[in-house]
Write a protein that binds this ligand. Structure first.
Ligand code: CS2
Length: 490
């Protein structure tokens, strides 16, 4: 029996389900990026409030792929969220995504939804690369093929910034008759995600429609947010386990951890949902939360992803339980700590909690999955921290080791000589660099440091940094990950 409105009533009593009537819900939010993360995070906060305020149903948009859109429609917008840890698995049916659209098939409908005055919020989880920007500088990459396309053919956008721009122009056409005010919320792991998106949208508007920025200043806000929940990709085993748990078939369940956090800058252009009644936190400045999360959680994730993968750890729970890697993370966090702004939380406790979350054996999280798109992740997770440490004169040894680990990983071969499936927008550049410099870690290091979109033009000139990265890379190639870590961490 497939999951749907009909089968809802037949679920085991332990399965939490919506207490509202999905038919009574109207769309107030358009969300771009219908991946697992959204469905385990913002869609859940919203699901919790729909019983009290049914104006905030979500229209979920997948810009490219139609797989999850078709599956959601087949299940009448329902899916299972399973929160797992060593104490068990808690299933809950989520119904907040009331409409699902695929941008590749139905961009006019997506634009119309974003332009509708009943829509007050557009949120995004499109991953770092979806912003089509230069990760080192945070500026729009006008050479990106999708951005070039969207400037030339503004009515049929492909990129998220292009689709947003088209929708803003449609909303402007509605004013001054009605208020077109809109809040656009980036929920991706970018530094100052709201400010970054705002900057990109103004750059694009300046290039594509120079009359728009003035209207945007009065009608659109871009709050920054810190989002946190570990959400691995769903496996065939997860689908089978969910069916056993809820006694009906769900083609698109999402596995996650019990922990969840959402800190949102309270800068809304129009009315907003009362997410704070369901665990979200509204603050005037998100930056300290964001830095703490990117530089502790995500940096440790990336460190364990690259070096752990090379050392044969398939999952984060394995790497984090390996004393050598636990010590790596500890060394990394000691270097990060002095760069964090003061925050009214116990950072040591936060780190202990992170370690416990990493060690959640009930939620296997592939190192390979986290290793993806390093070119888009390293700047905010590692390299901005390196800049701060260099400026303050504090240690960067472990940060440099992580960068070397990334370089060793993108060279494309693991320690047993097996090819690594390196997924990254710059994977061709990495492969070219590796083949042009084979046998010379120093040359590979120089080549990769020359990628300005990652390292900017300052870090390649910071000898204190580049010399360390080169030494570690030499050692990783010559001695392997374990021996290099043993030597560094002793
Ligand atoms: C991970 C994040 O895939 C990755 O790069 O580091 O998705 C991480 O799991 C989330 O940011 C946790 O909130």
């Amino acid at each position: 029996m497939p999951l749907g409105r009909e089968t809802l009533a037949r679920l085991p009593v332990a399965v939490r389900r919506p207490t509202y009537d999905p038919d009574a819900v109207s769309i107030g939010i358009v969300h771009l990026g219908l991946g697992n993360f959204h469905r385990a995070h913002q869609a859940v906060y919203t699901d919790s409030l729909l019983a009290d305020d049914p104006r905030w149903g979500i229209c979920g948009v997948s810009l490219r792929s139609r797989g999850v859109v078709d599956a959601l429609r087949a299940q009448e917008g329902l899916y299972t969220l399973v929160a797992k840890d060593d104490s068990g698995a808690q299933p809950r049916i989520i119904a907040s995504v009331r409409e699902a659209l695929c941008g590749a098939d139905a961009m006019p409908a997506v634009i119309a939804r974003m332009a509708a005055t009943t829509t007050r919020i557009v949120s995004l989880t499109i991953t770092e690369k979806g912003y089509c920007h230069d990760p080192a500088s945070g500026r729009l990459n006008f050479a990106h093929p999708d951005i070039a396309h969207d400037i030339a053919q503004a009515d049929a956008p492909k990129s998220a910034p292009g689709a947003l721009l088209r929708a803003l122009r449609a909303r402007r056409a509605l004013t001054p008759t009605v208020s077109g005010k809109l809040t656009i919320i980036s929920c991706d792991n970018l530094p100052h995600n709201g400010r970054t998106l705002e900057g990109l949208m103004f750059e694009l508007a300046d290039a594509a429609d120079p009359t728009l920025p003035a209207w945007m200043r009065d009608h659109v806000t871009f709050p920054s947010t810190m989002v946190d929940r570990i959400v691995p990709a769903t496996t065939a085993q997860d689908i089978a386990d969910t069916a056993a748990l809820i006694k009906v078939q769900d083609a698109i369940p999402v596995m996650t951890e019990p922990f969840t956090q959402w800190v949102i800058e309270d800068r809304f252009a129009a009315r907003r949902p009362a997410w704070e009644e369901h665990g979200a936190q509204f603050v005037t400045d998100v930056a300290p939360f964001e830095l703490m999360k990117l530089r502790l959680l995500n940096a440790a994730h990336s460190a364990m992803a690259y070096l752990g993968y090379l050392a044969g750890h398939e999952f984060i729970y394995q790497a984090s339980a390996d004393p050598l890697f636990a010590s790596l993370v500890d060394h990394l966090w000691r270097e990060v700590e002095p760069t964090l702004p003061p925050l009214d939380i116990d950072v040591q406790q936060y780190q202990r909690d992170l370690m416990a979350r990493f060690r959640n054996t009930a939620l296997p999280h592939r190192t390979w999955q986290i290793a993806m798109d390093g070119s888009q992740k390293l700047p905010q997770r590692i390299l901005h921290t390196v800049r701060d440490c260099l400026a303050a004169g504090t240690s960067i040894d472990t940060l440099a080791l992580v960068v070397a680990g990334w370089m060793r990983y993108v060279s494309g071969w693991d320690e047993r000589g097996k090819v690594i499936d390196v997924r990254d927008p710059l994977s061709t550049e990495f492969a070219n660099a590796a083949s042009a410099t084979r046998g010379s870690p120093a040359a590979l290091c120089q080549r990769l440091l020359g990628l300005g979109a990652i390292f900017g033009d300052d870090l390649p000139r910071a000898a204190a940094f580049t010399a360390k990265v080169e030494n570690y890379l030499e050692s990783l190639f010559a001695n392997g990950v374990r021996a290099t870590l043993q030597r560094h961490l002793s």
